[in-house]
Design a protein around this ligand. Structure first.
Ligand SMILES: CC(C)(COP(=O)(O)OP(=O)(O)OC[C@H]1O[C@@H](n2cnc3c(N)ncnc32)[C@H](O)[C@@H]1OP(=O)(O)O)[C@@H](O)C(=O)NCCC(=O)NCCS
Length: 165
């Protein structure tokens, strides 16, 4: 398995992967309307370009046997701190549970350490079973937060941190 730093040329790959993974992940947690709203907010071409060009989000694609099978995005020095924020991590449903998620988090961890960051942080929906994955790989819940994302929609999240020692 290889980690590939995504560029603008990979935007359509990120979009194709998110189309396959997002509805599957959230179909029992969010309404179809909210899934559509959030996907447009996070994965439209203009949003992805802004994330890369202005918000310092880096995307990594996991590639195996010539296929792209998942992605993560992260931001070093989140809000001027020494914490790296993992914004997204999504693996194709048929390939979950095979170590790809751990591989991507470890890849981000390595880059975070190289950049003298000493922690990882992320948000996860409180009803998403990914919570158990994060706990398994060393994250701890630090708080619960509801984020108003407009249009009457809320993100009902836990904030999780992992110390890098
Ligand atoms: C959550 C996700 C990124 C995890 O990646 P993954 O490749 O499936 O997980 P891994 O195979 O690397 O798992 C690493 C460890 O966590 C455990 N784990 C993974 N998912 C788990 C779950 N739902 N519950 C309990 N443990 C879990 C694995 O058993 C493994 O433990 P082990 O090393 O002791 O065997 C992936 O399942 C996914 O894309 N889910 C849907 C999208 C999503 O919810 N993303 C997170 C949004 S915040």
């Amino acid at each position: 398995m290889t980690a590939i730093e995504a560029t603008k040329e990979h935007l359509f790959i990120i979009q194709a992967l998110s189309d396959k993974i997002w509805p599957h992940t959230f179909q029992d947690i969010l309404t179809g309307e909210q899934i559509g709203y959030m996907m447009d907010m996070m994965y439209s071409t203009s949003s992805l370009e802004k994330q890369m060009d202005e918000l310092n989000h880096h995307y990594i694609l996991a590639e195996d046997s010539g296929e792209y099978i998942g992605y993560t995005s992260y931001e070093l020095n989140y809000k001027g701190t020494t914490t790296t924020k993992i914004h997204k991590i999504y693996i194709l449903p048929s390939l979950q549970g095979k170590g790809v998620g751990r591989f991507l988090v470890e890849t981000v961890e390595k880059t975070a350490r190289q950049n003298k960051n000493n922690g990882l942080s992320l948000n996860v929906n409180r009803f998403n079973k990914a919570l158990d994955f994060y706990k398994r790989i060393g994250f701890e819940v630090v708080k619960s937060e509801d984020i108003d994302i407009g249009n009457g929609f809320l993100m009902e999240d836990f904030v999780l941190n992992k110390e890098l020692i």
